[in-house]
Design a protein around this ligand. Structure first.
Ligand SMILES: Nc1nc2c(c(=O)[nH]1)N[C@H]1C(S)=C(S)[C@@H](COP(=O)(O)OP(=O)(O)OC[C@H]3O[C@@H](n4cnc5c(=O)[nH]c(N)nc54)[C@H](O)[C@@H]3O)O[C@H]1N2
Ligand SMILES: Nc1nc2c(c(=O)[nH]1)N[C@H]1C(S)=C(S)[C@@H](COP(=O)(O)OP(=O)(O)OC[C@H]3O[C@@H](n4cnc5c(=O)[nH]c(N)nc54)[C@H](O)[C@@H]3O)O[C@H]1N2
Ligand code: SF4
Ligand SMILES: [Mo]
Length: 724
């Protein structure tokens, strides 16, 4: 039986794999033990790639909604003809802005999909391109626009003495920001690092596996990271533990920041965060002692209350402690397949990425991010709000807005009101069920791809090109072919980094990828040639941090305009006797986010071996909280905000801080009754408020630390995920 090498595209980690193939079918997936970076690692999801590829319900033909409401198969070329004709009519009547695209997580798994979709939008003249980044962690992008960046890059995990992980659970998510544990084999890497002496600090309301390995776990009250980090920062500055030389040379606003932190004494910060003062002090000192290693955040910190301020404070901790690569050091994250950018021992000044000069959203005064995408949290309102620029057609590529976008009931109304909804999806997802057309795509093992999305995590100049291993059965197309086919019919160009795609003939995927990676550090043809037997490290692409340019004098901004004001406001918030901020209505718990090991957001929820690990998104509560509610494991709980409620299946979880309820998102929307909730879960996005609890710059909504009321439902109550 032939075995071929490839890389997994079930999640963004893109682990190196070997695939056993028989009769054109993938039979089994293993980690590629010879791979220099991944070393044979896979997880339970990746090992289900064959099941995902050959799933009996996988769409092998595109579908069109018929007059009676059901779907019927349609050839992909005919579907493109019809979709292009409808888009042309919409463009003629309302202008290009009426046409929008949303690229969800699986758009990022295909290296050509988003760049070609972005080129399609540029060629069409519609700014309404959305991706999951703006509902994920846009404040990390926002940092560049108010702080600037160090062009030498952050210090790497492999050389760190200390690591601080905030609202991030990479042992489950395989996701961690630059400088934290790389996403492949994260558990082993963390344990190995501990064995060589790494000190680990974890800030999480849940005693996750990371927390269990940590030297100090600060079991923060959800939503109170900003005061906690402000307290740590103040202590470091007060005790003079910061890198004064780095600050003197490269930083502006240290004194203004120090002044704005005045109220955040250890006692005050610890009271708000509900952690022992001694632990806060010890964590601050441990981090500052370093000498190397960075603080990083995941979704738990950024999606929380004051997410953008939290991100700023984390960056401020890294800056005052000087946790960057200096002149002459090897620079991590060299990114072989991305356009070359020099690493220099100097500061890139803040660069506006929102606001004036960018396309405006018609909603909540928001604007486009980085000239690239509009805020996804406002997409439903862009669809529902009449007037010039109203979105009337949406192409949803590898995303599932009905369960992933904030304010689910509004999203449902919006998707149903569209003149045209096209979903490119492997199955009839919750969102695709509302579509006029579902386009059946090739899946990963059927496509050529390069691993560009995870390059930002590679400390080494590692690259590979995976060629398609399987001949697709059925009439399926690659995502980029969809946009190319529509553009050709509309007569619009598709610009890319390497010039426009040819429209008079169809390019092959390699040609498309070459255009997209134009200017990359090792020519793509060479990467393809030299990685046929698996990924490799291109030593010649290793980078060192170069000396600063003559006269470079930009500085990292520690106290940009809004920050001192935000800190003062935070410190002035009224607290109750336990140090809690007031909730706008009588809540009993704070609902926090989590990821399941077995699914990738909503992907995998149809694969039986993964469902066997847990099919619903349990509502996890501390056993003491369950007892107080009079609930037992598997009871149904009603979880409500002032606007909506959902039903969850109770699960006792001693690792949770009391007062906290923890549930994964991207479940549910398959029926309201108890059986549906037990089998498919419920969507926490019903509870997310997009209109009053959002970041004014990025538009991102609070998706964790949501004040909710929890009560136990009578046994097997039929009540489900209802509205109001
Ligand atoms: N309340 C709350 N909401 C959240 C979050 C949260 O923590 N809490 N997290 C947010 C985050 S971080 C994100 S990234 C978003 C995710 O938002 P989305 O990306 O919109 O959601 P997913 O569930 O990842 O959607 C993936 C879709 O791709 C389809 N798919 C699977 N394989 C393929 C393939 O090979 N090709 C194609 N074309 N499609 C495929 C799946 O069937 C599924 O429908 O949700 C956000 N929403
Ligand atoms: N298996 C699997 N892997 C995934 C995904 C998946 O669904 N399944 N989703 C993928 C996606 S789209 C993304 S963006 C990444 C996300 O990757 P991560 O950010 O690592 O996501 P989580 O695993 O949910 O970890 C978030 C942590 O934040 C904590 N938390 C919640 N609220 C707060 C708070 O207010 N403060 C603090 N300090 N902590 C808080 C939670 O308890 C949790 O441990 O994961 C990706 N990887
Ligand atoms: S961690 Fe991600 S890329 Fe690696 S095997 Fe699992 S699903 Fe695949
Ligand atoms: Mo995400």
């Amino acid at each position: 039986m032939p075995t071929r090498k490839s890389f997994c595209r079930f999640c963004h980690a893109n682990c190196a794999i070997e695939v056993d193939i028989e009769d054109g079918r993938a039979l089994a997936v293993r980690g590629d033990a010879a791979d220099p970076l991944f070393g044979g690692y896979t997880c339970m999801k990746g090992r289900e790639l064959p099941a995902q590829t050959h799933h009996p319900q996988r769409l092998l033909s595109s579908l069109r909604r018929e007059a009676g409401g059901g779907f019927a198969p349609i050839g992909s070329e005919l579907a493109l003809d019809e979709i292009a004709a409808r888009l042309d009519a919409i463009r003629a009547a309302h202008g290009p802005r009426a046409i929008a695209t949303y690229c969800g997580t699986y758009g990022f798994m295909n290296s050509a999909a988003l760049p070609v979709a972005a080129g399609f939008h540029a060629g069409l003249g519609s700014p309404n391109l959305y991706t999951s980044i703006t509902i994920d962690q846009p404040a990390k992008v926002y940092l560049w626009s108010r702080v600037g960046a160090w062009l030498g890059g952050p210090q790497a995990f492999s050389q760190s003495d200390v690591s601080m992980m905030i609202g991030n659970n990479p042992l489950t998510s395989h996701y961690a920001w630059q400088g934290s544990v790389p996403p492949f084999s994260p558990s082993r890497r963390l344990r190995d690092a501990k064995a060589r002496g790494l000190k680990l600090i974890c800030i999480d309301p849940r005693r996750t596996m990371v927390a269990q390995l940590a030297d100090i776990h600060l079991q923060v009250r959800p939503g109170e990271d900003a005061p906690l980090l402000a307290g740590m920062l103040k202590l470091i500055l007060d005790e003079g533990l910061h890198d004064a030389d780095f600050c003197a040379a490269h930083v502006e606003g240290l004194e203004a920041l120090r002044a704005a932190l005045a109220g955040f004494t250890p006692a005050y910060a610890a009271r708000r965060a509900d952690v022992p003062v001694a632990d806060l002090v010890a964590a601050a000192r441990l981090f500052a002692r370093g000498p190397r290693g960075v603080a990083t955040t995941g979704t738990g910190a950024e999606m929380s209350r004051n997410g953008a301020l939290t991100e700023h404070l984390v960056m401020a901790l890294n800056i005052v402690c000087g946790r960057f690569c200096r002149e002459g050091e090897v620079a991590p994250f060299p990114r072989v397949l991305s356009a070359a950018s020099a690493r220099k021992a100097q500061v890139m000044p803040p660069k506006p990425l929102w606001g004036e000069g960018f396309a405006s959203s018609r909603i909540r005064g928001l604007t486009q991010m980085a000239g690239f995408e509009m805020p996804a949290a406002a997409a439903a309102d862009e669809i529902l709000t009449p007037g010039e620029g109203q979105v009337r057609a949406l192409v949803c590529m590898g995303g599932n807005p009905l369960v992933a976008w904030p304010n689910q009931r509004k999203v449902e109304r919006a998707l149903k009101s569209l003149e045209l909804l096209v979903c490119i999806d492997i199955k009839q997802s919750q969102s695709a069920q509302l579509a006029h057309y579902i386009i059946a795509p090739k899946v990963s093992l059927e496509r050529d791809d390069i691993a560009t999305a995870p390059e930002v995590f590679y400390e080494e100049p590692y690259a590979r090109y995976a060629e398609a291993l399987l001949q697709p059965r059925g009439d399926v197309i690659d995502e980029w072919e969809f946009f190319w086919g529509i553009a050709r019919r509309l007569g619009t160009p598709i610009p890319t980094a390497g010039g426009p795609l040819p429209m008079d003939r169809k390019p092959d995927k390699f040609e498309v990828l070459e255009k997209i990676t134009h200017g990359c550090r090792v020519p793509l043809a060479r990467v393809r040639e030299e990685t046929r037997e698996g990924g490799r490290i291109f030593a010649e692409a290793r980078l060192r941090v170069e000396p600063a340019d003559a006269g470079a004098d930009a500085r990292l901004q520690l106290a940009p305009a809004q920050v001192p004001e935000q800190l003062r406001r935070l410190c002035g918030e009224p607290l109750d006797e336990q140090g809690r901020t007031a909730h706008p209505w009588p809540a009993t718990h704070l609902l926090i986010c989590r990821r399941t090991r077995q699914f990738f957001n909503s992907t995998g929820q149809d694969l039986e071996p993964l469902r066997a690990k847990g099919a619903t998104n349990h509502a996890h509560l501390n056993p003491a909280d369950l007892a107080r509610l009079g609930a037992r494991e598997d009871d149904l709980l009603e979880i409500s905000t002032a606007h909506a409620h959902i039903v969850g299946v109770a699960r006792s979880a001693a690792d949770l801080k009391p007062g906290v309820i923890s549930m994964a998102h991207a479940f549910g929307a398959r029926g309201d009754d108890a059986a549906a909730v037990r089998a498919f879960g419920a969507s926490t996005n019903r509870l997310v408020d997009d209109e009053s609890d959002y970041d004014p710059i990025t538009g991102a909504c609070r998706q964790t630390a949501i004040a909710v009321r929890v009560r136990v439902l009578p046994a097997n109550a039929a009540a489900g995920a209802k509205g109001e």
